[in-house]
Design a protein around this ligand. Structure first.
Ligand SMILES: Nc1ncnc2c1ncn2[C@@H]1O[C@H](COP(=O)(O)OP(=O)(O)OP(=O)(O)O)[C@@H](O)[C@H]1O
Length: 337
């Protein structure tokens, strides 16, 4: 197994995850590599179908058959300093990693919250699953968790059912549940997508604050490049199962080296720019066309059919090229960008 530098919590290395459907193979994640450092956030960005969720499900080992990791390593540094390859871990060992070491939050809080139990009981159960605390001690900890995620009147809220809470509060309760075992890595899969803009900003603020306080690392999955600038240190832009651009967040916003990232940037809503003279909503500039199916990729560069900068050479598949130091791009024309 490879070595892992001391500041790296998670290293995804040449990961390939396929769905084998009869004689056809969907290469949903095709040679993806990135590092997540301690206390930092990496955002994985791309439109629907680009392979973001399959990447996070591979890391959590929650893939349902016929999904399978066929190649690559997912190296993880545990709290007690061991380095494990999650890609080959048994499901029994993986159960000890999920929740305690790596937790996940979703777009829809009811994916993790059970409607039949109070929020408090769910957090208490999770705490006691991992720590030998009495019910009373666990309840106290659960209340502190609700306070940590800034849910007002935490003591009373412990006894509420998820449906008694607003969308934003439910999202906070889900985060409290995920953090109740003090994970080192939080995988956040579109956690703010269903929320309105103000609540979205509050949840992003909360995640940033929690990260600074607890020092956890975050893998942030989103289709919205707009939220990335606020939260991520590094960005991995995915398209049709592959990485097309990878660099720091600061660098990406300054200078995109792939036409797909440029297109995603043009889709970011901007309140001042996107209103007409009488305040009406203007259309953004969506990238024409759709992400191709990973079962029927075009020949050469998979983005070429939608690309305004396409040239004859794009019929040849570009590798991930070093456009600048610490800046990778899978585009023949990265120098022209
Ligand atoms: N259960 C499955 N069976 C077959 N193919 C699948 C399955 N799940 C995902 N895929 C394939 O993997 C591709 C990537 O899917 P994935 O869900 O990771 O995309 P995504 O970027 O997360 O999109 P979204 O934002 O819609 O979740 C899909 O286009 C699909 O072809």
């Amino acid at each position: 197994m490879s070595e892992l530098p001391a500041d790296i919590v998670l290293r995804v290395d040449r990961l390939r995850t396929h769905f084998e459907l009869g004689s056809r193979v969907a290469k949903s994640v095709d040679d993806v590599s990135f590092d997540v450092r301690r206390g930092e956030t990496v955002a994985v960005v791309g439109e629907s179908g680009s392979g973001k969720s399959v990447t996070s499900l591979s890391i959590m080992r929650l893939l349902a058959p016929p999904g399978r990791i066929v190649e690559g390593e997912i190296l993880y540094r545990t709290s007690d300093g061991r380095i494990l390859d999650i890609a080959t871990l048994s499901q029994k060992d993986m159960r000890r990693i999920r929740g305690r070491e790596i937790a996940m939050i979703f777009q829809e809080p009811m994916t993790s919250l059970n409607p039949l139990y109070t929020v408090g009981d769910q957090i208490i159960e999770m705490i006691r699953l991992h720590e030998p605390l009495s019910k009373l001690e666990a309840r106290k900890r659960a209340r502190q968790m609700l306070e940590l995620v800034e849910i007002p009147a935490a003591e009373r809220r412990l006894d509420e059912y998820p449906h008694q809470m607003s969308g934003g509060m439910r999202q906070r309760a889900m985060i409290a549940l995920a953090l109740s075992c003090n994970p080192k890595l939080l995988i956040a899969d579109e956690p703010t997508t269903a929320l309105d803009v103000t609540i979205q900003a509050q949840i992003l603020d909360l995640l940033r604050r929690l990260q600074a306080e607890i020092g956890m690392s975050i893998l942030f999955i989103t289709h919205n490049l707009g939220v990335v600038a606020d939260i991520a240190h590094d960005v991995v832009v995915m398209y049709a199962g592959r990485v097309v651009e990878q660099t720091s967040s600061e660098r990406l916003f300054e200078h995109q080296k792939h036409p797909y990232s440029r297109g995603l940037l043009a889709c970011i809503p901007d309140a001042s720019r996107d209103r007409g003279p009488s305040g009406e909503r203007l259309r953004l500039n969506p990238i024409p066309g759709n992400v191709p199916s990973v079962m029927a990729l075009p020949k050469g560069c998979s983005f070429a059919p939608r690309c305004p900068l396409r040239i004859a050479r794009c019929e040849e598949d570009p590798p991930l090229l070093v456009a600048e130091p610490h800046h990778l791009s899978r585009c023949w024309r990265h120098d022209d960008l």
